[in-house]
Design a binder for this molecule. Sequence first.
Ligand SMILES: *Cc1c(COP(=O)(O)O)cnc(C)c1O
Length: 414
Amino acid sequence: MENTELRNKVREIVNEAEKELEIQFKEVDEICEFNSEKILTAFQKNRVVEADFGSSTGYGYGDIGREKIEKVFSDIFHAEDCIVRGQFISGTHALTVALFAFLRPGDTMLSINGKPYDTLDEVIGIEENASSLKSFGVNYEQVNLIEDDFDYEAIQEKLKTTKVKLIEIQRSKGYDLRKSISLSKVEKVIKKIREVDQEVIIMIDNCYCELVGKKEPLEVGADIVVGSLIKNLGGGIAPNGAYIAGRKDLVKLAAERLTVPGEGKGVGPTLGINRSFLQGLFLAPSVVKASVKTAILTSKVMEKLGYKVEPKYDAERVDIVQTIEFGDREKLIKYCQGIQTGSPIDSDSLPEPCKTPGYLDQIIMASGSFTQGSSIELSCDGPLRAPFVGFQQGALTYEYGKLGLIKAIEYLLK
Ligand SMILES: *Cc1c(COP(=O)(O)O)cnc(C)c1O
């Protein structure tokens, strides 16, 4: 087929699919309005003023904007306290800081959704590393999911027989083929945990899940929640950073691990980042909305084209991730290359599979983003292993997401 002919054909398929998504899109709009009001209220209640855009250098003592940001985030999460910093390199770094802050030699950490995200393998010591938690004498155990739900009985049994210091729950699927975990399941499992153990720290890896629904994990009983600002809450504006929110004593421990025992949250220069954090948060509900709509459209279209997708277009959304099973190495690569070619930045380069630090398999990553590695911007990646699944997420606007999808399908069919 001629290029323009193919493009028109793909555009037609996508437009047809879009017409069938009215009900789903309306629901996403409604959640966006709810979350926008939540954020606007937090800005107003905490009296965010222009002076909060100010910057600090050096030690970063007395940075009122930084303190304001942390109050705003605390309100949004219903948290006693939180730490939101550009000194966190990424979500993995914040998770690492949290784990090293809460766990001591001889303690046991338990993951209850099978193995955690790939980049935590060396942090925990599932893969050998001389700096892992394991190297400090921290034990790791896991309970696997059954049929995409928690193994409630096995978790209770484990807690009755083993003293566990910290339970980690990762809601989004990472590079697993399972479903992401809804907040109602998290709520249920927390109740079951508390029936047998009132002390264990319940920590949530909340990456990709913020603002997708109306509630956040602390509202259903979690102790601490961790996520990245180059995902949902950065709104595509934050240039880096991450957050840890929840119980005050735990946030203090995390702050003293990130900075210095005795100094904690009191230090950390913001170097001009405050305005971006605030503006990113302000836009986050809309950007998450664009991402979720792009994911729903992708699900509908790719299913029509015969691919296995997760979630389906009409399923409840827990995060912004859409998986597409290509069943073929070349097709996964082509689709990712199409996403890259459809991006605003680096559209003239083609991603190739390669070794990436923190991941065991070769990975292909398409991300033509304004912020390096930002996956709230349209991006698609996946490990080069059967059944060759692409993990797509993000879109700063729905229109750009849709255009990216059209380009990816064009590439796939060419
Ligand atoms: C993205 C992600 C992380 C953190 O990844 P970074 O790239 O380090 O920000 C952790 N857990 C899950 C489930 C994720 O999706």
